[in-house]
Design a protein around this ligand. Structure first.
Ligand code: BES
Ligand code: MN
Ligand code: ZN
Length: 502
């Protein structure tokens, strides 16, 4: 996939060459000067005339017409050098590779040094490059009998860079590649319809991951789930023809099973709402209600590739939320694995129910830190829109670490408050310890608060991705549909994690 070479020469043979241009490139130096000379000063002229622009994300294609061995040059505007960031770099690479992919080229070269500044080094840039390549050129095949266009992928990229050690650069390219690949796997899971990705399918997928990366795997079947008393999880599955699966993957990167990070992902393969039925418009798209599970599985794939010195237990409660004569109903009272009883006021508030037992089970497996990820509420969309993941926590130190990872991954996260008054609303029931739906005011917050009741005093962060797991718009880093959001954040968080006392 990647070759690394020191210095580019116009006689090097490539389909195309990608070069970054900072504003204002009035005089060329280094490799650019060499190119300008190959064109007898023609590049300087084209920049002056505005044919080649350094405006951020502006892409200019130049046919070389035999002046150099490469057939084309892709000039990419990078904007002002002092405003250059890692996020911009990732997006710029995304846009370039998308363009090259659309032209169905299979090979290109990148002059990496043209994208660097004092504040952005080559290893970071290499990570951005490979991650962006995978994210930007991702496609979900779908199920048409005849594909629209025969697929051609970028198979070979030569990276020119003479400022860092080749081994280091190669390592960064591989890391970025693993991150992009993990996020794309998550996207594919989310894009897959509910009839083709049942809880059983998801469990089988997890088993394959476990085989590939040597994780310990445990799939709890319905009988075992019953034996463990996971009444909240079972209630959601009660109306389904599909058996539930509690999926557990363990990765041990330390000598001892200590400082264990629990990653818990909502795995509702389809959410009808149950007897608190969704509307005919609201129900469409609910195949994506396992976006949290997908992020956790995607992160586990990255972890399996990179093998950090951390301990991780991933727990995914998976079922659909259906209606039938046996389904659970509003007013039912159920008993969770923790022993806490729950008055069901709304069967569409099912995510927090399955997560309640999953969080408890993660603790049983030794999780001493918890991060749950879930397409939990429409409320988070009202509060934060479609580009920001909502977060809640009982521990600011843990939240800081998740937030730091989300910055680096370029996946915006914003914290919502968790005050005592809202916790009280969750505890307000005449006949049970908790209720699952205290009303629409701030309902993203009470949903998180409900899960917090089961985290108890274990440091915990909750991530509500209802708004961010999918997108209606194409972007520089991927097509419309599933985003794979939080996959990369979780993996980075795990990689960098520093345990702390409570
Ligand atoms: N899966 C939904 C949340 C959701 C909404 C995800 C839109 C993606 C897009 C969740 O199970 C749900 O139904 N939440 C309800 C909770 C309410 C009944 C308290 C909601 O947000 O309306
Ligand atoms: Mn629901
Ligand atoms: Zn749901």
């Amino acid at each position: 996939m990647f070759q690394i070479k020191d210095v580019y020469s116009p006689s090097d043979v490539h389909e195309s060459v990608v070069i970054g241009l900072f504003d204002k490139p009035t005089t060329f130096h280094g490799q650019l000067k060499m190119l300008d000379e190959a064109f007898d000063g023609g590049l300087t002229e084209l920049v002056k005339e505005g044919e080649i622009s350094a405006k951020l994300k502006k892409i200019s294609k130049l046919h070389t017409l035999g002046k150099m061995a490469a057939k084309k040059i892709w000039f990419v505007g990078l904007g002002k050098e002092n405003e250059w960031t890692f996020d911009k770099l990732r997006e710029v690479f995304g846009k370039v590779f998308k363009t090259i992919h659309a032209e169905r080229q299979e090979e290109t070269a990148v002059l990496l040094t043209s994208f660097l500044t004092d504040r952005l080094d080559a290893t970071d840039a290499a990570h951005a490059l490979s991650e962006a390549l995978l994210l930007a050129t991702y496609r979900f095949e779908g199920y048409r009998q005849k594909a629209n266009v025969p697929e051609k992928n970028i198979e070979n990229i030569t990276v020119y860079c003479d400022v860092v050690d080749k081994g280091e650069l190669h390592a960064s390219l591989s890391v970025g590649y693993a991150f992009g690949k993990g996020a794309n796997s998550a996207r594919t899971l989310v894009n897959t319809p509910g009839n083709l990705l049942t809880a059983t399918d998801m469990a089988n997928y997890a088993k394959e991951l476990a085989d590939r990366y040597d994780f310990e795997v445990e799939i709890l079947e319905k009988q075992e789930i019953e034996k463990l008393g996971m009444g909240a999880f079972l209630a959601v599955n009660q109306g389904s023809a599909e058996p539930p699966k509690m999926i557990v993957l363990k990765y041990q990167g330390k000598e001892q099973w200590e400082d264990v990070i629990g990653l818990v992902g909502k795995g509702i393969t389809f959410d009808t709402g149950g007897y608190s039925l969704k509307t005919k418009d609201g129900i469409v798209g609910m195949k994506t209600d396992m976006g949290g599970a997908a992020a956790v599985l995607g992160a586990m794939e990255i972890i399996g590739e990179l093998r950090p010195q951390q301990n991780v237990v991933a727990v995914i409660p998976s079922t659909d939320n259906m209606i039938s004569g046996s389904a659970f109903k509003p007013d039912d009272v159920i008993t969770s694995m923790s022993g806490k009883t729950i008055e069901v006021l709304n069967t569409d508030a099912e995510g927090r129910l399955v997560l309640a037992d999953a969080v408890t089970y993660a603790k049983h497996h030794g999780a001493s830190y918890l991060v749950d990820v879930a397409t939990l509420t429409g409320g988070v969309i009202v509060a934060l829109g479609l580009n920001t993941t909502g977060a809640m926590t009982n521990n600011e130190r843990l939240f800081e670490q998740v937030l730091e990872a989300s910055f680096e991954a370029g996946e915006p996260v914003w914290q919502l408050p968790l005050f005592e008054k809202e916790k009280e609303r969750v505890r307000n029931s005449k006949i049970a310890d908790l209720n699952n739906s205290p009303g629409r005011e701030g309902h993203a917050i009470v949903a998180g608060a409900f899960i917090g009741e089961f985290a108890e005093d274990t440091p915990w962060v909750h991530l509500d991705i209802a708004g961010t797991a999918t997108t209606a718009k194409d972007s520089d880093l991927g097509p419309s549909g599933a985003t794979g959001v939080m996959t990369r954040t979780l993996a980075l968080f795990v990689e960098r994690f520093e345990p702390f006392g409570k």
